[in-house]
Design a protein around this ligand. Sequence first.
Ligand SMILES: Nc1nc2c(ncn2[C@@H]2O[C@H](COP(=O)(O)OP(=O)(O)OP(=O)(O)O)[C@@H](O)[C@H]2O)c(=O)[nH]1
Ligand SMILES: [Mg+2]
Length: 197
Amino acid sequence: MKIKSAEFLVSAPNLDAAPRSSFPEIAFIGRSNVGKSSLINLLTGHRDLAKVSATPGKTVLMNFFRINGNWLLVDLPGYGYAKVAKAERAGFNEAVNDYLERRENLRLLFVLIDSRLAPQAIDLEFIEWIYQLKIDYALVFTKTDKQSPTRTRAAVATFMATLAKRGYPSPPFFQSSIITKEGRSQLLAAIDAAIQT
Ligand SMILES: Nc1nc2c(ncn2[C@@H]2O[C@H](COP(=O)(O)OP(=O)(O)OP(=O)(O)O)[C@@H](O)[C@H]2O)c(=O)[nH]1
Ligand SMILES: [Mg+2]
């Protein structure tokens, strides 16, 4: 898929503030700082579409973008960042809960995982939850430029083995880097397929 246009629509604090839309939707989620906003910029080819920050917890709202005039991309707030105010944390968790449970046009959810880390409890818990919700999801192992391909392969294998041990089927997975652009064309092809369904 070629990205011809990418427009920011709205930052929504809750599902009521999300765009009313019948376009297919693709969302990105993962731990704070895992690289969601960076990956969205890589995919769309817009350097500053989604705000990137070295400070974890930057994206606290659900950010909606319209791509090519016919599908929506959503940058969801990162989970697992303890430092935001308690009230705010509860607020965005609720917004994400509502979004995942009720957004009917959601076609595919990309769950980003830091390729350098051993499986994290919070990621596994999140996957268990979306599995119960029957949401179509794929994993993206990010920041692969920061280590050797061998280490990344081992991290992916360990993660899949951990899911299998807990009784969950292996989801589709990708590897990504904003430095080498690894994963860009594969992710765009997966999005293309998902929005046709
Ligand atoms: N080397 C390298 N750095 C990356 C990559 N992806 C993201 N980063 C860096 O990781 C940091 C966090 O990236 P963001 O894209 O803001 O992460 P996020 O998941 O949107 O974070 P929140 O909005 O806080 O949840 C930034 O300093 C990025 O430059 C990557 O593929 N390679
Ligand atoms: Mg972000």
